[in-house]
Design a protein around this ligand. Structure first.
Ligand SMILES: [Zn+2]
Length: 166
């Protein structure tokens, strides 16, 4: 799921939790819960995109990750600027730590993919298992374009909520 969706959800959570540590943990938990929603990326990666985007064929996964990660991070940066410029509540520690908690899982996953640090292997596996849990159970994932649409809708609802809790 796009990292911005996670960060936006964590913003709402952080706003309602006064303890930064609990906000951090709930941010982390919210990441895993949101990932459960089938959102079209269970088969992403070289095989999916390699067929569509020729330039990704040669270097495979890493090139794909770099492209996807860059776009994802850019959108996150725009969201965070929007958030911190417009909402004073978002500058509080509880909100910031909730956001960090919500982003951390995908950072760990990316680090593991690049470096394969043994110490985070369990988390990498847990994240993947969780991410595909419902998709595998239902034996269904949305086509990616609908998955993106679902994520945009979720993001819109959350941003609307951010305005309401302001
Ligand atoms: Zn994730």
């Amino acid at each position: 799921m796009f990292i911005t969706v996670h960060a936006a959800a964590a913003t709402v959570i952080g706003k309602n939790i006064s303890s930064p540590i609990i906000a951090f943990l709930l941010g982390l938990l919210s990441h895993l819960i949101l990932d459960l929603i089938p959102h079209g990326d269970s088969k992403m990666g070289k095989r999916f995109w390699g067929e569509r985007l020729k330039f990704l064929q040669e270097k495979g996964d890493l090139k794909f990750m770099a492209l996807y990660g860059s776009i994802d991070s850019f959108v996150l940066a725009v969201f965070l600027i929007f958030l911190f410029k417009n909402f004073e509540f978002a500058r509080a520690d509880n909100v910031i730590w909730a956001i960090i908690g919500s982003i951390l899982p995908d950072v760990l996953v990316a680090v593991y993919k690049l470096k394969e640090f043994r110490i985070i292997k369990w988390f990498y596996k847990l994240h993947n298992k969780n991410h595909n849990l419902l998709v595998n159970k239902l034996n269904f994932d949305l086509p990616l374009q609908y998955g993106i649409l679902v994520q945009v809708i979720i993001l819109t609802v959350i941003i609307w909520t951010i305005y309401l809790v302001k």
